[in-house]
Write a protein that binds this ligand. Sequence first.
Ligand code: DX5
Ligand code: ZN
Length: 217
Amino acid sequence: MKMICPSILSADFSELKNQIHKAEKGGADIIHCDIMDGNFVPNISFGPRIVSDVNNITELPLDVHLMINSPENFIDDFYKAGADFISVHYENNDHLNRTIFQIKDKGIKAGVVLNPATPVFMLEDIIEYADYVLIMSVNPGFGGQKFIPNCINKIKQLKELISSNNPDCLIEIDGGVGPENIKEISDAGADMIVCGSSVFNTPDITESVRNLKSIIS
Ligand code: DX5
Ligand code: ZN
């Protein structure tokens, strides 16, 4: 099943409850929460307290994308806040295997994230343990950036790696996705598709989600 995961990074936080409900109404599958520390990425977003508030206003699963250094120190906090999926970056994890199992041991889904310049083959020794892989299709830090085209190729390479090592592993794509490119991304093999500004920076959030979903169903 193809899933639309609206990223609340682009939402109006004074209207968060309303806007999440509008996204739900359009058929959103998962709420994507971008956690940034101003250190691993050049922006600061929000922490476990907001994730916990979001968890109280929606029944949808929460996908927490950690763009922070020392993510292993915060797994427990985000788990308690209600995360159903937690992903950590390959690039700042010296003990990725340990971190992935720290997440899985909570009974939730564990994901590995690759920045645009990190090749898919770096996953060879972790892929069998990952529940999902997130391919960044922009340099992480901000919503509203332009999709980096070679990510389509990375999705295809990842699909191959997954088919021979861990067929249940899901592929997530994040950054610069909108109605103009979502079909190509979905056809390449993405299962979880993050959409920030193409959902929340539009005049009709419900209709935008509905439209994105209809293109890939
Ligand atoms: C970027 C974040 C993305 C971002 C996507 O660092 O990880 O989730 O919010 O936003 P759009 O869809 O606007 O590129
Ligand atoms: Zn994200």
